[in-house]
Design a protein around this ligand. Structure first.
Ligand SMILES: [Zn+2]
Length: 473
């Protein structure tokens, strides 16, 4: 393929792609006989982007759901209107709810104000679904009376007999934004999930994180297994020894860990466990939502990568200002603080819990401000492209590129051979291994790695209330 009129290093160039590699970059290249020509119309030629943290099934399902929270929905009146049009299998489906919209809503709220059919909405944290009575009736008798179902995704899938969503529309939407690689970050991913993602017809290269069941899985189509995902929350943290064992088990299987850490406590416990087990190349902290200076130094000393979501600052700013302690607000989703001490950063949308547009995320990173409103940035492309040009020294490298001009970005994904190394932007971040001063414990007690996630009674028993002034119609 010949790409003509692309911006490379600030100048217009023609670029020839041969067998998935950049063959030549010149001021002017003549098309060969039968060669496909793609006119970049002056758009910049970039490496393909990689979303380093996404939940594919949930993000695909969210494309067919109504938004129920900020920034799109900011009042209970708007929520009621949105729910009236909620699509979805097994009843209407909404996502992204936050208590700033209508308070701690429950089954009774949905029965009074929602549509007269089965409907369920997901809190934007991703763990809780709120169902109305009709939706609960579809699931059986043993459902929580208030309709607030926590960690119930597997149960919903089973009882509603719902097949996994078609991932291709999501893949197309991401490709249109220049995303050519994805890291699937759902903690419960097992071997079946892995093979399903691999067969889903996505054009993107896939790195699938998940449980210990992904140990030793061979690459399948464009997919390969990634880190063991650790997913614990403040209200139900494991004992330090159990977490050390879980980390050590992953490392013993030559897998990195990727630890969900949005609070101080989650982060500090995880860092203590990784330090005690000894870090492994590719170990990563997901989110690092609150990272005060000592934690930043600690992450740097362990050689960990941080996978961050700068767009959360834009999308959730108002809630952060209200809910996060003032002394922690400067340490939310940090970027420069990590870079200055050499911590490697990667970006991930966390879609559907964050917006999936990487350009909005990059704009949010440069415009960082815990402002009064929650917004999705619609960036001016020239500003962004200035920092992301493909280098003219790229000849001979595999290509996985997107070209962006006045229209929407378009991705071109190479039919790369299995032996070809990934391009730098696709390559999962594997920082140089820095040995820990603390030696790994051996042998690990691997029983801990399969310990089921425990749900606390406190998390299930939240009293429901509502600030909505609507009256049922
Ligand atoms: Zn996530």
């Amino acid at each position: 393929m010949l790409i003509v009129g692309a911006e490379v290093d600030g100048a217009l160039r023609d670029v020839r792609v041969e067998r998935g590699r950049i063959g030549a970059i010149e001021r002017c290249l003549a098309p060969l006989s039968g060669e496909r020509v793609f006119d970049a119309a002056g758009g910049a030629l970039l490496p393909g982007l990689h979303d380093h943290h996404i939940h594919l099934n949930a993000a695909a399902a969210a494309l067919a759901s109504v938004r129920c929270g900020p920034p799109e929905i900011a009042s209970c009146e708007a929520l009621v209107v949105a729910l009236g049009g909620a699509p979805g299998e097994g009843g209407g489906r909404g996502v992204g709810y936050h208590t700033s919209v209508a308070g701690e809503i429950d089954r009774r709220w949905l029965d009074r104000f929602g549509p007269d059919r089965a409907v369920r909405i997901q809190h934007r944290g991703g763990r809780m679904w709120i169902l109305n009575s009709r939706a609960l009736a579809l699931l059986g008798d043993d459902m929580p009376a208030d309709g607030r179902l926590i960690d119930g995704d597997a149960l919903l899938r089973r009882r509603l007999d719902a097949s996994p969503p078609d991932l291709r529309p999501l893949g197309s939407a991401l490709a249109a934004r220049g995303v050519t690689g994805l890291t699937e970050a759902t903690a419960r991913n097992d071997a079946d999930d892995y093979h399903r993602y691999a067969r889903a017809g996505l054009d993107q290269h896939l790195l699938v994180m998940g449980t210990a069941a992904l140990d030793d899985l061979a690459p399948h189509a464009r997919a390969r297994a990634g880190a063991v995902k650790l997913h614990y929350h403040d209200h139900d943290l494991p004992a330090l020894d159990a977490l050390i064992d879980e980390v050590a088990c992953a490392h013993a299987a030559d897998r990195a860990v990727a630890a969900h850490c949005v609070t101080r406590a989650e982060l500090m416990l995880t860092l203590a466990a990784i330090e005690a087990a000894g870090p492994h190349p590719g170990d990563r902290i997901e989110h690092a939502g609150v990272a005060p200076p000592p934690a930043v130094e600690w992450i740097a000393s362990l050689g960990l990568t941080v996978v961050t979501q700068p767009h959360f600052i834009a999308e959730r700013g108002r809630a952060y200002r209200a809910e996060v302690a003032a002394h922690d607000q400067p340490w939310l989703y940090r970027l420069r603080g990590f870079r200055t001490v050499g911590v490697r950063l990667a970006g991930g949308s966390d879609a559907p819990f964050g917006g999936l547009d990487p350009w909005s995320s990059m704009a949010a990173a440069t415009e960082r401000d815990l402002g009064p409103e929650e917004v999705r940035f619609t960036p001016g492309l020239p500003t962004i492209l200035a920092g992301l040009r493909a280098g003219s020294r790229s000849v001979g490298r595999p290509i996985s590129a997107c070209s962006i001009g006045a229209g929407p970005p378009r991705a071109s994904i190479s039919p790369r051979s299995a032996s070809a190394p990934p391009s730098s932007m696709e390559r999962p971040f594997t920082p140089p291994h820095r040995p820990s001063p603390i030696r790994a414990r051996s042998p690990p007690k691997c029983a801990a790695s399969t310990a089921p996630y425990r749900r606390s009674a406190a998390a299930r028993s939240g009293a429901a209330g509502s600030r909505c002034r609507l009256r049922p119609g």
